[in-house]
Design a protein around this ligand. Structure first.
Ligand code: CNA
Length: 367
């Protein structure tokens, strides 16, 4: 309803943009030396990283929680349910915990805005911390629904150490407060909990922005959904999303880039002449290629490990002592004998299937 009202209210506004197009928006940004951009995002900017949204019928988190024996899937984020049984949440937390996913090009676009001194504030509904991982400083981010970045006791509210939390989440076990033994929970806003103070303190900020960019949100969850309406009439607003949402497109200076977010962001960056910089900023989020190779390499058999050791020893011998080929051969033979005496090959079964049944679409992805 609020969206319709703002649409009607703004119909007579004299447009600031020459046309509601990306090119006209880029012209405005350059000519007006735009420096106060507010960004508002939701789950859609993280889906290409491999993080599912909540409610999609097949791939959504809620659709895949049956194994946890919950009466209602939403219970996993219900504070009263958590008090009685925190285990389902911690089973899920292991999958969502920061560090498992790479930021997307949309997260890096926000980082680039910051690098250029143009980011006023980044408002996110996401709890995945990918904007932090992309390098956007914490003081520029308003995590409206909280995040995994910090955690505390749900009773005495004392903070719990990050390293301990990480260990517990990795084991899908429930941490308890070091002071009062109460349950520890990440500072994610559960149903029945208030939004962070920071959100309320900054919720009028969009009124002082000179550009608003909305990405990857259905703008259905309040009070976050009302943020774009807080932008002053005459402040251009860009929506990059699969479909039109929240009445955006109703103001004369609204620009819509409908379709895939990654493509939309790249298109916008190209129009701004920032394409190469953006790709470079995104590349910084790329995990070390060597680590990736090691992660993706099939497990070595005992024979392969022994062969590697033979090669290493041989190279070492050659390098340090300059021994003859004959001696190298004897070393190889000796190691060959050792190998022959080794017990049979062990099977290299992996127990790390994790929660593939929770995120079936991830089972086909290698990260
Ligand atoms: P939503 O209601 O699921 O809306 C997402 C929007 O993004 C929809 O309009 C989609 O069409 C659109 N979208 C999704 N993927 C793409 C894509 N690749 N290209 C273009 N458009 C796309 O999500 P909201 O964030 O609006 O809902 C708010 C909830 C979801 C918040 O409470 C979040 O905490 C919660 N959530 C967060 C995460 C996360 O942290 N990554 C994951 C799942 C849910």
């Amino acid at each position: 309803m609020g969206n319709e009202e703002s649409t009607l209210m703004d119909e007579n506004q004299t447009p600031v943009l020459e046309a509601p197009t990306v090119d006209a928006l880029v012209k405005y940004i350059k000519e007006q030396n735009v420096k106060h951009v507010v960004v508002m995002v939701g789950a859609g900017i993280s889906t290409s990283a491999g993080i599912p949204d909540f409610r999609s019928p097949d791939t959504g988190i809620y659709a895949n929680l049956a194994f946890l024996d919950l009466e209602e899937p939403e219970d996993v984020f219900d504070i009263d349910f958590f008090r009685q049984n925190p285990k389902p949440f911690y089973a899920l937390a292991r999958e969502l915990y920061p560090g498992r996913y790479r930021p997307t090009i949309a997260h890096s676009f926000v980082k680039l805005l910051h690098d250029k001194g143009m980011l006023l504030k980044h408002f996110t509904q996401n709890i995945d911390c990918l904007e932090r991982q992309a390098g956007v400083p914490g003081e520029k981010i308003i995590e409206a629904h909280g995040s995994f970045a910090t955690q505390r006791c749900i009773d005495c509210k004392v903070e719990y150490p990050d390293d301990k939390m990480k260990d517990f989440v990795a084991k899908s076990e429930v941490p308890h407060c070091l002071e009062c033994n109460g349950l520890v929970k990440p500072d994610i806003v559960f149903f029945g909990e208030a939004l962070p103070r920071e959100f309320h303190l900054n919720s009028q900020l969009p009124a002082s922005a000179d550009l608003c960019i909305v990405m990857g949100t259905s703008l259905t969850v309040h009070p976050f959904a009302a943020l774009p309406q807080r932008c002053s009439p005459g402040t251009p607003r860009l929506l990059i999303n699969m479909q039109r949402v929240g009445g955006m497109g109703g103001r004369p200076d609204d620009v819509l880039l409908l379709g895939d977010i990654d493509e939309g962001v790249r298109k916008f960056a190209r129009a701004l002449g920032w394409e190469e910089e953006l790709e470079a900023v995104w590349e910084e989020t790329n995990p070390d290629p060597k680590d990736r190779e090691a992660e993706n390499a099939p497990p070595q058999t005992r024979d392969e490990r022994l062969q590697d050791e033979v090669d290493r020893l041989t190279a070492e011998v050659d390098r340090t002592l300059g021994l003859s080929n004959a001696y190298e051969q004897r070393v190889r033979e000796r190691l060959g004998e050792l190998r022959a005496n080794e017990p049979g090959q062990s099977s290299s079964s992996s127990s790390s299937e994790g929660l593939a049944h929770v995120f079936p679409h991830l089972a086909h992805k290698s990260r």
